[in-house]
Ligand binder design. Structure first.
Ligand SMILES: Cc1cc2nc3c(=O)[nH]c(=O)nc-3n(C[C@H](O)[C@H](O)[C@H](O)COP(=O)(O)OP(=O)(O)OC[C@H]3O[C@@H](n4cnc5c(N)ncnc54)[C@H](O)[C@@H]3O)c2cc1C
Length: 444
């Protein structure tokens, strides 16, 4: 078999792997690749949009899904679609939007693949209404360590289905996914952008809008402190009845150079976030926007992951149950302030309830996530936020993680032992391996 030595990284650019890669284009090629894996194991790499080491296997082998990229069928009556796992959301939207359909759940970038979406059971800014990706998935075809391609659903090989949903590629390589799209009345969303003065206003307004708005997404000014702590701009949205009055698509910007680290000084970041907050009129504004920039706002800035410089960055993506969400999020914000941590972006999103995967992230409550440049002190700050999250009964999202410890993970994800039991049965020799899997001791 022809494997190619490649250096791989992911979105955060804080972790790298030197791995032998291969991009099979059919079932036979995929089987041969899985069976040709050696002692260090193999992992699957989709769009590379996770932030840490979930898709990396340094010194091992990596199956790229870039050539498994066919939309195999689409039923415009029922919305059922069957895609190979390497199809990304951009290609899917191009195919189905003209026929009046969209996916119910996506990430904030269209470069995520369908396989990657299932393997992290992703959630969107409409989680409080529609749940996560697995809630809309009918079945998967997955290549196991034995070389057997099996169909897994809630009724058939249900343990494999639930372990693979959020299982970060450790149960096998998903080859195709069958899932349901939603019918949309237009190609637009009606969005309202409302400035909110502090964390209480942000949380209260999100809570009051859960039943009235399909989409809720708070940009939080991560540099605001004191009485302004947690201020930000809440985006409240619904699918639009028509495209009439749609604003023009935003121009694409490119970040080609990595800024020197002095530009990430907290004082400069504070100036940037303050200007962003103040630019919004006090009464807010509304706009009818195309679904593409609405669902994938970060894609209008190509190379956004370079803004934190050469050393890359971490994301800390917390989730808190409803009973402790306010206290937990405020404690995280205060820890960030005390550490004088600087960031362009922190976001808040409501969540509806648990995902069906054994390692799914969502719970009923609120997610709060922040990006932080990889610089001195950030690992210690991460430890502190891990502790706060644990103390408030919350958890961290492994799609974004590069730093959590195995002990913390085991406490936050109480179904880990069930996951390990499935791995022990379907991959007793541990053929599927990743740097994250070793770090978090996900194997039995
Ligand atoms: C700008 C940006 C915005 C984001 N917004 C959100 C968001 O709103 N909500 C959210 O939930 N997440 C979000 N994410 C995270 C992203 O959705 C997840 O990390 C997703 O899993 C990435 O998919 P990918 O195709 O890039 O997979 P990769 O990053 O390549 O891999 C991610 C994991 O999936 C596994 N995997 C990939 N393909 C397969 C396959 N075919 N079979 C088995 N395992 C596979 C990999 O082994 C790895 O463990 C965002 C990421 C970025 C960069």
């Amino acid at each position: 078999m022809s494997w190619t030595d490649t250096t791989l990284t992911t979105w955060g650019r804080s972790r790298f792997a030197r791995a032998a890669t291969i991009a099979p284009s059919d079932e036979a090629g995929l089987r041969a690749a899985v069976l040709d894996s050696h002692a260090r194991g193999v992992i699957t790499y989709g769009g590379g949009r996770c932030y840490g080491d979930a898709a990396l296997d340094d010194g091992g082998q990596t199956i790229l899904t870039s050539a498994l990229n066919r939309i195999e069928s689409f039923d415009a009556d029922t919305g059922e679609v069957v895609c190979e796992a390497g199809v990304d959301f951009a290609a899917l939207l191009d195919r189905v939007l003209p026929e009046g359909f969209c996916f119910p759940v996506s990430a904030a970038t269209a470069s995520v693949t369908v396989g990657g979406a299932f393997a992290n059971d992703i959630h969107s800014k409409n989680h409080h209404r529609v749940g996560s990706f697995g809630d809309h998935t009918s079945w998967i075809d997955i290549m196991l360590a034995s070389g057997e391609l099996v169909r897994a659903s809630r009724d058939e090989n249900a343990d494999i289905f639930h372990a693979s949903l959020g299982g970060t590629g450790l149960t096998g390589t998903i080859m195709r996914v069958g899932f349901r799209l939603m019918r949309v009345p237009s190609r637009s969303a009606d969005a309202e952008f409302r400035p909110l003065a502090d964390v209480d206003a942000m949380i209260d307004t999100i809570e009051a809008s859960r039943d009235t708005h399909d989409f809720l997404f708070g940009w939080v000014d991560a540099m605001a402190t004191g009485k302004d702590l947690g201020r930000g701009i809440l985006e409240l949205g619904n699918l639009a009845a028509s495209d009439e009055g749609q604003v023009p698509l935003p121009a694409t910007k490119h970040i080609r150079v990595q800024p020197p680290s002095f530009l990430l000084h907290p004082a400069l970041l504070r100036r940037f976030t303050d200007r962003r907050y103040r630019k919004m009129p006090p009464r807010g504004r509304t706009a009818r926007v195309h679904l593409y920039p609405y669902l994938f706002p970060l894609d209008s800035i190509v190379g956004f992951n370079r803004v934190y410089g050469r050393r890359g960055f971490y994301s800390i993506h917390t989730g808190f149950p409803r009973a402790t969400q306010r206290a937990g999020i405020v404690a995280v914000m205060e820890a960030l302030t005390a550490a004088r941590a600087g960031s362009f972006a922190a976001v808040m999103k409501p969540m509806r309830g648990p995902g069906a995967g054994l390692l799914s992230f969502p719970m009923e409550g609120m997610a709060y996530a922040i990006d932080l440049p990889r610089r001195k002190g950030v690992e210690a700050l991460h430890k502190e936020i891990e502790r706060i999250t644990l103390d408030h009964g919350g958890r961290l999202y492994i799609a974004k993680d590069a730093l959590m410890t195995a002990e913390t993970f085991a406490t936050m994800f109480p179904r880990l032992d069930e996951f390990r039991e499935v791995l022990a049965r379907i991959d007793p020799e541990g053929r599927f391996q990743s740097d994250m899997g070793r770090r978090l001791r996900l194997h039995p």
